[in-house]
Design a protein around this ligand. Sequence first.
Ligand code: GDP
Ligand code: IMO
Ligand code: MG
Length: 428
Amino acid sequence: MAVAVIVGSQWGDEGKGKLTHYMSPHYEVTLRFQGGSNAGHTVITGGRTFKFNLLPSAILHAGRTCIMGDGMVVNPAHLIEEIALLQKGGFWQDNLRVGSRAHLVLPYHILLDELEEKRRGGSSIGTTKQGIGPCYADKYARIGVLAGDLLKPDVLHKRLEVVVPVKNALLRGLYQYEPLIDLEALYEELLEQGKVIGPYIADTAAIVREHIDAGHSILCEGAQGALLDIDYGTYPFVTSSHPVTAGACLGTGIAPGDISRVIGVSKAYTTRVGNGSFPTELTDATGEHLRERGLEYGTTTGRPRRCGWIDLVLLRHALRINGASELAITKIDVLDDLPTVKACVAYRRKGEIVTRTGLADAELAQCEPVYEEFSGWKGPIREVRSESELPAELTSFVDFMEKQLGVPITVLSLGPDHDETVSRQPKL
Ligand code: GDP
Ligand code: IMO
Ligand code: MG
């Protein structure tokens, strides 16, 4: 039995989807454990591109169980669309289970996410407007609607009776918004949606436990990244869940002691969508080059991603919080034709050099990066399929990062396609 967790180690979009799809044939079960439609995970395989918001990135593999864990927030309309898209293309393997305790993202969550972002004006978070924050807020306020409620019409109606008046008071009072939520219409809509996704809803924590007891291997697929964690990220510019390894336990029912492997994922540079401090951000031609060559536009929202050099100070924090046993570096090919590449090794703050920092946004805003500079390899690497074929300059760059981070770098991703991946023998 082995439970492995893949976790984003920056501000999301590190290539978790690609790595999950790449590793998942070796695991009986793949689970998502937090987040919802704010995630956009890309899988490119067999000449086709798939973008998953809710479904685990192993969903294309027949005979492999995919679970959307209890820690997720699930927009039922969106889930039905994602399933239908795969069915239409002939890729649906009927291998999905949805946690009965997962919370549902309902139309008022999306509406309130949008209205609140507008209300905050210059202090907005820059959310994906997928209703994530409002849905998790309701979960903790204990006024949420659960996936399992779709199977029990009377319970569902009672839940709506509690929550809908609260939402309507907010819409009317704070936002002066109309039309208000029609409880009965929403109830009918949910009953219809329940007919489609009801068959997939199950006690997934119990299913996971059975797999563990049977000695099966399990892969947990994180969404977002450690720097977006509600407690250990760059608050308030974070998401409303725990994208870190501990979140995999909370969101699936897996015990901490069952986890034997944690794979952090980082790009060879840094990106961020939404607002908040970003010490290594490049607003010059190099930043533009990274965005265009790396196709750095949001998978979910299409927003341009902010780009900059890799930040080993923040990465060290993320790997530590995640208890990463290894690291995968992605998008190395995006740096291919740069004459030099840089890695931030420390910050200059108020005249002092520091190698660690608190992550509060105001604190990060005072940090100026201190860089180590490396010769570029100035040639294409996407065709490379073994470590020994890598250019020496690239090997030096990776070896340096591994030493600085103190975590073995085991996977190098050299292109978006499933096959453009090289295993590395760590030097640590
Ligand atoms: P995720 O949210 O962590 O799954 O990442 P996204 O799918 O949102 O963003 C990663 C983007 O980079 C996608 O467009 C991937 O197809 C692409 N990608 C992943 N790995 C590589 C790589 O090694 N090289 C290049 N050029 N693109 C990659
Ligand atoms: P994946 O799984 C990158 C960012 C948003 C915003 C903040 C809060 O594809 O890596 P939210 O909608 O969650 O309330 O937004 O978090 N964000 C992401 N950035 N990748 C993601 O997911 C993200 N999910 C949320 O841009 O700054
Ligand atoms: Mg993404």
